[in-house]
Structure formats: structure tokens, C-alpha cells
Ligand binder design. Structure first.
Ligand SMILES: [Zn+2]
Length: 484
């Protein structure tokens, strides 16, 4: 048996490889482009987005695009811009996607995360969903339009960005250094989801019109610093722990925007009881008991819990330096993701009210998002980024791009509902939204809830068929807003 097994496995390897090679060769152009893009490792830090920029140049340049590679102060980190000229009678439309990806825990992957493997109907690899899949769909749509030589009424700008997953030279930096290159009437970016149910049917298409932004607060408890052999009741660590315990049993109230209200109503229409009623009650009821019951049931889904409220997450703790000293202070860092319109001052007041202990100071954190210290210049850049994210209002649920996207989503996925959406995290759209330019977010491929969990996780993958239908959606949307 062992011998037979060995013979079988010897035979099996080349056959499997052959099939994988066939799958890759026969895959549609957009899937092969994504595979190529995944093979350029842009894990951030450091990002190395410049390498991807050089690769994209080889694709776009021969088709007549005007190319700009915007270098940043960090070596190897660059933004890539390709502009397809229209007749200028309308202002440009822009498609933006980030080139960088988060790192991997390689030993937890069943495939090489940077091999760009195409098998079993999927493209596998880091960034397949977030956001190289979207980058490939956006790029392919623009390339296809260029190849068709369609006369355009406006320029189409394709942007591959650096430093979305972290770092200092993202779109805020780009907007400050090269705004004329990315100025536009409206833009597409990552954001909403095209969600498939368990049977593979597209349930809904959500288009994000705003992002949540982050505020980080520091809770600093103070007590007497003394010898650990004579403990006192005012131990700073206990005081901080009590404050955190209060915060852990506190929940913020639902705070719906116009978009999230519409989103929950859409979920109501696409759900069965009892969730159908819960979604409707959350969106429309004025009865606090019904809203509380709806909140409890809906909040079992962590994503839905997050998009209806300001969320609270303790992320760092800092206290003490040796075993025989009771420290004089203890500090917790709490990250809040807030609904647009919430100010840091309001949040500080709310948290102070919950903790209700004058020995605990509540302040807004400045500087680094990690334990690593930042220079003053870096701190200033980080704060500017946060302020720009908070200034970014909601994009209107109207206008040529939004309307075209809604119409094409309905045509591409006739069985699905289409709804606006508040993105649960931050994106790099703030550079435009804070300047009054509408940005609409979509991950342009139908995806199941199970595959969605792989984003920023292991064995990230996107279905080849989803890339194809997403390409159709984006190409037709672009033609509707840009073709003459
Ligand atoms: Zn992303």
C-alpha cells in the first residue's frame, strides 16, 4: 500500500500542476492581471508600492495613457496615476485603489500568499479581496475602455495608491503634493459589499457613501507611587481596572445615518423573520424597547453592531516598571470608531460620565497608532490625517456616478437589492471627501460571508466569476458616466 501510495502521489503532483497551469492560462484577463498584481509583494510596512507602479506602467503606457509616478519621501513608495484623455467637456472621473496589503502569517496559509495561484475557480493570495482584486477590476475596466478607443467626454483617471494600510504617505500626502493630478468630479474606491447568500445568489449590493473614522482616547489613572510591601487603597492599576470594567459593560446607543437607515431597511426586505422585523424596528421604530431588542439581536453580527454605533475597543495597556514598586499611574488606550458627526469632545464627555471617577483622566491620544514613538513631524501628519477623516462628510446619494452605479448594479445583479452604506472602518477616501469631492465605495465582486472573513486573514481568495461580473459592472458604470 505504501508503495502504491508513493506511486500515486508521484503521478498526482505533475497532473495537479498541469491543471493549475491550465486554469491560469484559460482564466479571464482580469483574473490573470490580479494574479500578476498579487505576485508583487506590497506588504506594508514597507509597502514597496513603487514596484507595482512600474508593473502597471508597462500595462497602461502602450495604450496611450498619460502616466505619473508620484514618489514619496520613503524610498520605494510611490503612487501610480494613469489618465485616459476625454474631450474635457466634463470633469474627470477617478478610480482609486490601494496597492499595499497587510502582512501574512505565512505558516497559517495553505497556499503561497504571493504566488498568485488560480485554482478551483478562485484567485488566491494576500490582497485578493482587499484591495488588489478591486485594483485589478478597476485597471481592467479602464484598459478595456482604452482598447475600445471609445470617445470620452471626460478623462478617466486610474490611481494605485500607497500607504492605505498604514504609513504617512497615503492619499492625504498625494492630495497635498499633486492635487491637480487627482482632482475629479467624483470617484470610486473600496467600501461597500456585493454579498452572496449561501446558495450563491447576490443578496444585496451596498455602495458606501461615508466611512467611519477613528478617535483614540487615553484613560490615565493616578495613585500613590510607593513600595509594594505596603499597598494602599489608591493603587492606580486597580483604579484603571475599575474604570475599564465600567466601560466593558457599557454600550453606546445606535446612531443611524440616512445611509445606514436605508441599509437596515434593505436588510429587512432581504431577510426572514424574526430578523426582518428587528431590522425594520431598528431603522424606523420610536419605541425604545423595540429598538433595544432589535439592537441586541442584530448586534450578534459584529459588522452590523459596528455600523450602527460608535464602537469602543481597548487596545493598549501601560503600567508599572518593576515588581517592588507600585506605579503612580496606569494608562489604557481605547480606540473608538465613530459615526460621522461625532466630535472628540462629545466622546470624552460620554466616557467620563461612564467612568465617573475623578482619579481617571480622559484625554485624546496624539501620535502613533503603535507603541513605536513618532517624530514631531510624523505626529503632525497623523493628526492632519485624523482631522481630514473627521471633516469628510457623507457623499450625496445622487449625481451621475452614484446613479450609474446603482443602475448598473441592478442590471448586473437583477435579483439583488441596492443600498447605500456606511463603511465600518476608515479608507483613504477622506482626501477627496474632505475637499467636497463625492467618493463611492465598492468591493467590485460578489463575495460570501465566509470568504469575507479571510480578508486580512489567511487563504484570502476571490472567485474568478465574481471578478468577471464586477468588471462588467464597473466598465458599464464608467461608460455611462464618461462615454460620449
Ligand atoms: Zn482596503
Amino acid at each position: 500500500m505504501r508503495l502504491l501510495g508513493a506511486i500515486l502521489s508521484i503521478c498526482a503532483v505533475p497532473v495537479a500542476r498541469l491543471h493549475a497551469a491550465d486554469a491560469a492560462k484559460d482564466a479571464p484577463e482580469v483574473a490573470r492581471l490580479l494574479a500578476d498584481v498579487i505576485r508583487i509583494d506590497t506588504s506594508n510596512p514597507p509597502g514597496n508600492e513603487g514596484k507595482l507602479a512600474e508593473f502597471l506602467k508597462t500595462k497602461f503606457k502602450p495604450l496611450g495613457f498619460e502616466i505619473d509616478i508620484i514618489a514619496t519621501p520613503q524610498e520605494g513608495k510611490a503612487h501610480f496615476i494613469a489618465r485616459l484623455r476625454g474631450d474635457g467637456s466634463k470633469k474627470p472621473v477617478l478610480l482609486a485603489g490601494h496597492a499595499d496589503v497587510v502582512g501574512v502569517e505565512r505558516e497559517k496559509w495553505s497556499v503561497d500568499p504571493f504566488a498568485g495561484l488560480i485554482k478551483d475557480g478562485y484567485v488566491w493570495g494576500r490582497g485578493a479581496i482587499d484591495f488588489k482584486g478591486g485594483l485589478a477590476v478597476f485597471a481592467q475596466a479602464v484598459i478595456d475602455i482604452a482598447k475600445q478607443k471609445r470617445p470620452l467626454a471626460r478623462d478617466i483617471i486610474f490611481l494605485s495608491e500607497a500607504d492605505e494600510e498604514g504609513g504617512l504617505y497615503g492619499t492625504r500626502y498625494l492630495a497635498e503634493t499633486a492635487w491637480d493630478k487627482i482632482d475629479c468630479e467624483f470617484a470610486l474606491n473600496e467600501g461597500g459589499w456585493i454579498i452572496k447568500d449561501a446558495t450563491g445568489k447576490v443578496q444585496y449590493v451596498s455602495i458606501s457613501t461615508a466611512d467611519k473614522s477613528g478617535i483614540t482616547l487615553l484613560l490615565t489613572a493616578r495613585g500613590t507611587s510607593t513600595h509594594s510591601s505596603m499597598p494602599r487603597p489608591d493603587n492606580a492599576i486597580y483604579t484603571l481596572a475599575r474604570a475599564l470594567a465600567k466601560l466593558s459593560s457599557y454600550e453606546t446607543k445606535p446612531k443611524l445615518t440616512d445611509s445606514t437607515r436605508e441599509f437596515f431597511l434593505t436588510l429587512s426586505e432581504t431577510s426572514t423573520e424574526p430578523m426582518r422585523t428587528h431590522f425594520r424596528n431598528l431603522a424606523t421604530s420610536h419605541d425604545p424597547k423595540l429598538v433595544a431588542a432589535a439592537d441586541k439581536a442584530i448586534s450578534e453580527n459584529t459588522l452590523l453592531h459596528a455600523i450602527m454605533r460608535n464602537t469602543i475597543a481597548p487596545v493598549l495597556l501601560n503600567a508599572g516598571f518593576r515588581t517592588n514598586v507600585i506605579p503612580g499611574s496606569a494608562q489604557a488606550t481605547i480606540n473608538f470608531r465613530i459615526i460621522p458627526g461625532t466630535t472628540p469632545e462629545e466622546l470624552i464627555q460620554e466616557v467620563k460620565g461612564v467612568i465617573n471617577d475623578p482619579r481617571v483622566e480622559v484625554t485624546q491620544a496624539q501620535g502613533s497608532s503603535t507603541r513605536a514613538p513618532l517624530t514631531t513631524e510624523q505626529q503632525k501628519a497623523m493628526e492632519a490625517l485624523r482631522q481630514s477623516a473627521r471633516r469628510a462628510g457623507e457623499s450625496p446619494k445622487s449625481g451621475a456616478l452614484y446613479e450609474a452605479l446603482v443602475r448598473q448594479a441592478k442590471l448586473t445583479y437583477p435579483e439583488a437589492k441596492v443600498t447605500p452604506y456606511l463603511f465600518q472602518a476608515g479608507t483613504d477616501a477622506a482626501a477627496w471627501r474632505s475637499r467636497g469631492v463625492p467618493v463611492y465605495g465598492i468591493y467590485p465582486y460578489p463575495i460570501s460571508a465566509q470568504d469575507l472573513e479571510r480578508m486580512h486573514g489567511n487563504d484570502e481568495r476571490v472567485p474568478v466569476a465574481s471578478l468577471e461580473s464586477g468588471l462588467k459592472l464597473i466598465t458599464n458604470t464608467l461608460l455611462e458616466v464618461a462615454a460620449k
